[in-house]
Design a protein around this ligand. Structure first.
Ligand code: FES
Length: 122
């Protein structure tokens, strides 16, 4: 059990630990992100949460960063520390792995990211 003081937290990372992402090294991605946060002594600034499936399995492994609302795709253990170093601490998202970014009217999909199934068409 844990009850963290979030008063200094400025980023929340959701690390997908759903089945498809777990088959693509989500455990190693989770450990790599948390190790980098430890290495940089950034625990108070960055909160991480393991999640179940985020509904974008083709993009596995998925990592999501708030408050920006940036969704990353194809993240492996080598890319994971870059999210901490560049996005979370320097404010520069790792553009080559962004799949979606929140805009005022909704999430915008980046070039090369598959659209997926429209929920209302199902
Ligand atoms: S298991 Fe990660 S998006 Fe589905």
């Amino acid at each position: 059990m844990a009850t963290w003081d979030l008063s200094r937290t400025n980023h929340h990372i959701l690390i997908c630990n759903g089945g498809s992402c777990m088959r693509k090294s989500a455990e190693e991605v989770t450990q790599a992100i948390r190790s980098e946060i430890s290495r940089l002594e950034a625990h108070d600034l960055i909160h991480t949460t393991r999640t179940r499936c985020n509904g974008r399995c083709e993009d596995a492994c998925v990592v999501i960063v708030y408050p920006e609302g940036i969704w990353y795709k194809d993240i492996g253990p080598n890319e994971a520390p870059l999210i901490v170093q560049h996005h979370l601490l320097e404010g520069k998202p790792v553009r080559e792995f962004v799949s979606h970014e929140y805009a005022l009217h909704g999430f915008e999909r980046t070039k090369g990211t598959i659209r997926g199934t429209n929920k209302s068409e199902k």
